[in-house]
Design a binder for this molecule. Structure first.
Ligand code: SAH
Ligand code: SF4
Ligand code: F3S
Length: 479
């Protein structure tokens, strides 16, 4: 076909916002497009196809995409042959609005239809009109159907698509059924479904064969994972971890994000007993106030969250725990906010992500409650909680001075730029993570990237540990 020739030279530019699910989705979309002859470019002006993989969780994430679309409007006017696509959660939530605000967009593809991006790009070109695909049509039916839908969702992985060769995300669940009242995710990602354990294990094996050492299992509430096998047995996350643990080559396993009520003892014991599993648990609390938690429909109280934390620390004494908080949710008084402050003080999280409540159309909270906390109050509470968390993180990090941790070296430190840029011999600042997911920055040779090395901590800020590698490579880089 004539098209094949032209496509061979197609240049693809993609921008991704949102959570790790989106990062993985973009990897898969790019993998598919590369298979069709596209090549990636970092330079938007060089691109023939521009894709935005979007997020709807807060207004700010959506605004970012509308401004990006505003910026490329001119580009499209000058080069009408340019293909522009909006993918992911915003495409799902607001397909008509996107087309209204950016009528020059060629494809709008929801998270359930990403396997069709190339086909839709071609169709948009052939028919000279925008194409939309936003069905979340998924299964719940037969087992074969479940497997097939996941196969479509998670096609075979290409090593070249990952940010580095030794780390990979693995989706173990899609969707969410928790319906927290503020959250748009269940409506844009569809119902919760657990991927068959054997398919996950096969994917992890394949990744290990490709040289992946660390896998991060993804699910909106990853610890709610449950897959019913044909013989009726149920595979829980703890069972899955055990099976993944057996895979040669996989050295570290992480999983995000956890729902507090599903932090069961069997899971905590698995984290304690399986040395390859990272002792890091991200378990968002969202608030420390019972009335607010109830309004959010989180289905636990602050006391229950405390109990869960106590169980974590009793079972895995060296575990690190991180959290998310929403400040300024509907009806949050100074008193209710203070309760979140108290929870942060009690819990001493490794870190917390703090968000100002952003009303999302169509959610229960938006329908039932008033967004009654003024923006400047939200801002102040956000800053206050963040400042408190930073103080705690810094204090706890400084307790680690002098200790030595095993770190998986991920690459050049972001602040340092490229390793090569630092020193012609490949010496420079590297960054990696400990078994408790703490970021460590240290000087080292680039050949350490992708390896586990012992690092002794010499300094610490609230977000970063600074250390020195205990290997001959650092002492004698040329050796
Ligand atoms: N599935 C994960 C996280 C989903 S979204 C979980 O349940 O923990 C990531 C974070 O965004 C949430 O933990 C929450 O803190 C925040 N968030 C979700 N909806 C929001 C909204 N409408 N406004 C502000 N923050 C929100
Ligand atoms: Fe959203 Fe709640 Fe589901 Fe997390 S658990 S994705 S916050 S509805
Ligand atoms: Fe955003 Fe969708 Fe993830 S709304 S947080 S990209 S699931």
């Amino acid at each position: 076909m004539a098209d094949t020739e032209t496509q061979r030279h197609k240049k693809l530019y993609i921008e991704t916002v949102g959570c790790q699910m989106n990062v993985l989705d973009s990897e898969l979309v790019v993998g598919k497009l590369r298979g069709e002859g596209y090549e990636l470019t970092d330079d938007i002006r060089q691109a023939d196809t521009i894709l935005y993989n979007t997020c709807s969780v807060r207004q700010h994430a959506e605004d970012k995409i509308y401004s990006a679309l505003g910026r490329i409007r001119r580009l499209k006017e000058r080069r009408p042959e340019l293909s522009i696509g909006v993918l992911g959660c915003m495409a799902q939530k607001d397909q008509d609005l996107i087309l209204k605000r950016a009528p020059f967009v060629d494809v709008i593809v929801g998270p359930g239809q990403l396997g069709r991006v190339t086909e839709l790009l071609d169709k948009a070109k052939a028919e000279q009109k925008p194409q939309m695909a936003v069905s979340l049509e998924r299964t719940a039916g037969s087992r074969d159907h479940v497997t097939a839908s996941f196969a479509e969702y998670d096609p075979l992985r290409e090593p070249a698509m990952r940010p580095n060769a030794f780390q990979a995300f693995v989706r173990i669940m899609m969707g969410c059924d928790k319906f927290c009242t503020y959250c748009v995710v269940p409506s844009v990602r569809g119902p919760e479904q657990s991927r068959p354990a054997e398919v996950i294990v096969a994917e992890a094996r394949q990744l290990a064969d490709q040289g992946v050492k660390e896998i991060t299992l993804l699910g909106q509430t990853v610890n709610s994972y449950k897959f019913q096998e044909t013989d009726g047995r149920v595979t829980r996350l703890s069972d899955l971890l055990l099976r993944l643990h057996d895979i040669d080559g996989i050295a570290r396993i992480k999983f995000i994000t956890n729902f507090p009520n599903d932090m069961t003892d069997d899971l905590l014991q698995a984290v304690r007993d399986l040395p390859k599993v990272s002792r890091y648990l991200h378990v968002p609390a969202q608030s420390g106030c019972d009335e607010i938690l109830k309004r959010m429909k989180r289905m636990y109280t602050a006391a229950l969250y405390d109990d869960m934390l106590a169980r974590i620390h009793a079972t895995i004494p060296d575990a690190s725990v991180s959290s998310d908080f929403i400040v300024g949710f509907c009806g949050e008084t100074e008193e209710s906010f203070e309760k979140s402050v108290r929870l942060v003080e009690r819990a001493r999280f490794k870190n917390s992500f703090i968000f100002k409540y952003s009303p999302r159309q169509g959610t229960k909270a938006d329908l039932l409650f008033n967004d009654d906390v003024p923006e400047e109050v939200k801002k102040r509470r956000n800053n206050d909680l963040l400042a408190l968390q930073s103080t705690i993180s810094r204090e706890d990090n400084r307790r680690l001075l002098g200790k030595t941790f095993e770190v998986l070296v991920e690459g050049p430190s972001k602040s340092a730029g490229s390793v090569e840029g630092q020193d012609g011999r490949g010496l420079g600042q590297l960054a990696g993570r400990t078994w408790c997911d703490r970021i460590v920055v240290f000087d080292g040779h680039e050949r350490l990237i992708g390896r586990f090395v012992p690092v002794t901590i010499e300094d610490a800020s609230s977000v970063t540990l600074f250390g020195r590698v205990l290997t001959t490579e650092t002492i004698s880089p040329g050796a």
